[in-house]
Design a protein around this ligand. Sequence first.
Ligand SMILES: CC(C)(COP(=O)(O)OP(=O)(O)OC[C@H]1O[C@@H](n2cnc3c(N)ncnc32)[C@H](O)[C@@H]1OP(=O)(O)O)[C@@H](O)C(=O)NCCC(=O)NCCS
Length: 168
Amino acid sequence: MKISIRQATAADSYAILKYTKKILDETPYMISTSMEYVNSVEDEEFWTRQTYEDGGIIFLAYSGRTLVGMLTANRQRRLRKRHTCTFGISVKKSHHGKGIGKLLMNELIVWAEQQPGLEKINLEVFSNNLIARRLYQKLGFREEGRLLKEIKYTDGTYADVILMGRPL
Ligand SMILES: CC(C)(COP(=O)(O)OP(=O)(O)OC[C@H]1O[C@@H](n2cnc3c(N)ncnc32)[C@H](O)[C@@H]1OP(=O)(O)O)[C@@H](O)C(=O)NCCC(=O)NCCS
């Protein structure tokens, strides 16, 4: 089915809530676990509004009427970091490997290039997330640092957090 990308509004909050619960259940590559995700629809509405008020953006990928991917970019509030933004991205497991992640990333880069005063996109990725790292590298992100053993899984294994950046 054709994928359409559009910007989120507060009306998407319920879909975002359901989607986020599912994603956090599916992936070991996000900082939060689904157990810790206790947001209500009102919380999601609040965070959507807050993201836009701070100059950020949320892109949603829909397959028909189903939300299958999401990218949230947050603009830093503080003056000395205002020239940077960070983002988080996810795609439903059932839709991996179909180019949706790349579509969302391209939307982010086009948007970022148009933002006054924005000079750099930053991200954090787990060292064991090889697919995401490859995607970012292909799009011009470069490793800038690494937090060793920053992530600890319940089975006692660790992952590093890699800091990557892409100048605009
Ligand atoms: C990372 C993620 C967003 C990628 O989304 P996706 O829609 O599956 O990715 P795409 O289909 O657009 O593929 C983009 C690139 O990723 C890489 N990739 C995708 N699937 C891959 C696979 N099975 N094996 C190896 N590389 C793969 C390729 O480099 C691909 O580029 P190419 O098509 O030019 O070769 C998705 O895997 C995801 O949501 N993962 C769980 C959450 C997550 O890890 N978020 C990122 C946290 S930093």
